[in-house]
Write a protein that binds this ligand. Structure first.
Ligand SMILES: [Zn+2]
Length: 305
């Protein structure tokens, strides 16, 4: 298992520590793209963050982290399922240069109009239920700071994050205060544990977080503490794109627009932004999309015997 996420609890169960380290998942995300180092850093960190947060969602479904920008970068998006299958992509504005020393603020928040967006989307919704979406202004110099700002603004559990990424690895550490169950004494003990956990985590160097395995990091930080460790979870690349979904997307584009593309190019060629998979629709495929107005099923219908 190269790509792991591990959870730990302090002995008093007041604070949770999670660490994630991605290699193959992260290489998959870059497979069809040639991201400059400044983008690698931001996207890798956003992937590590998404895995850390998705590991705690209480439903089957997905968590999406998005940074919408007004500068050279239009969008960074990472989608992580509750089983930690994930995909990610970046949209760079056409004709825009991404300077090697570009920062989150200079690349995405040029007019103070950058946004950090979190979407929680349960797979099975009760009728009428929508996905939850939280939006805050893009604040801070790093993905970790932007996310901490979001957590604070949305009054979530007290959370701190450390994130790092280069072309090979993306890694992250999360420390989170858990709700108290034992009155004032527990609350005081929890506050002390949180402070201790953060003070120790602050000593970690970027290279160390990026290049050490999870157990080494946890041991180095908390060797004096009794930590409860849980079985590691595997993180993997997973893009749920299908021909049916692309077909539904073409339907929403409308028959007229699709016919215009056909007249110009002979067929409609679409490449998945996430995994690079090509989809081609010839004129017969396209007319089929619009003669049958029902949405195409996600899977083949079951065979009748
Ligand atoms: Zn795909």
């Amino acid at each position: 298992m190269t790509d792991q996420l591990k959870k730990f609890l302090f002995e008093d169960r007041s604070v949770r520590v999670q660490a994630v380290r991605l290699h193959e998942t992260w290489l998959h995300a870059q497979e069809h793209h040639d991201y400059p180092p400044a983008i690698q850093r931001l996207l890798g960190e956003l992937m590590a963050a998404a895995a850390l947060l998705a590991a705690n969602i209480k439903f089957e479904g997905s968590l999406v982290l998005q940074i919408q920008g007004t500068g050279p970068v239009a969008l960074l998006v990472v989608e992580c399922q509750s089983d930690l299958g994930m995909r990610a992509t970046v949209k760079i504005r056409e004709g825009q240069e991404v300077p090697p020393d570009g920062t989150m603020q200079s690349l995405l928040n040029t007019n103070n109009e950058g946004r950090f967006i979190v979407v929680l989307d349960p797979r099975r919704k009760v009728p009428g239920q929508q996905a939850y979406q939280g939006i805050v202004p893009l604040e801070g110099d790093t993905v970790a700071e932007a996310l901490q700002h979001y957590m604070k603004a949305s009054e979530q559990l007290d959370t701190r994050l450390w994130l790092q990424a280069d072309g090979q690895h993306a890694a992250g550490l999360l420390i989170q205060r858990l709700p108290d169950h034992g009155g004032t004494a527990a609350s005081e003990s929890g506050a002390n544990t949180l402070e201790h956990a953060i003070v120790m985590a602050e000593t970690i160097k970027p290279d160390e977080l990026l290049n050490s395995d999870i157990d080494t990091i946890i041991h180095r930080l908390y060797w004096e503490d009794t930590m409860i460790g849980f079985e590691p979870s595997q993180v993997r690349w997973h893009c749920p794109c299908t021909r049916e979904r692309v077909g539904n997307m073409l339907r929403t584009l409308g028959e007229q627009e699709v016919n215009e593309i056909l007249a110009e190019q002979g067929s409609v060629q679409i490449t998945c932004d996430f995994c690079g998979k090509p989809y081609a629709f010839d004129p017969v495929d396209c007319s089929g999309l619009f003669t049958d107005s029902r949405p195409m099923p996600e899977q083949d219908p079951p065979t009748v015997h």
